[in-house]
Ligand binder design. Structure first.
Ligand SMILES: [Zn+2]
Length: 72
């Protein structure tokens, strides 16, 4: 699991809404990083449980990802 600060609601007065930190599964994170300038990712941050246990993009959970990695 990864986490990243992304471009959120820039019209908001709240920094947490402008650049929220969300969780991504490894797959989506890599895909978004490769998107370069088109990517919504502003900064990579280290994943913590407080970022949630579900991928912001595909809704894969930490548990799903763990099972996938164990199965391979
Ligand atoms: Zn994902």
């Amino acid at each position: 699991m990864k986490a990243a600060q992304i471009c959120g609601n820039l019209a908001s007065d709240d920094t947490d809404e402008q650049y929220p930190v969300v969780a991504y599964c490894d797959e989506c994170f890599e895909r978004l990083m490769l998107a370069g300038e088109d990517s919504v990712i502003v900064n990579e941050v280290s994943y913590e449980a407080s970022h949630g246990d579900e991928c912001h993009s595909c809704e894969k959970t930490v548990e799903d990802e763990r099972l996938e990695q164990e199965g391979s």
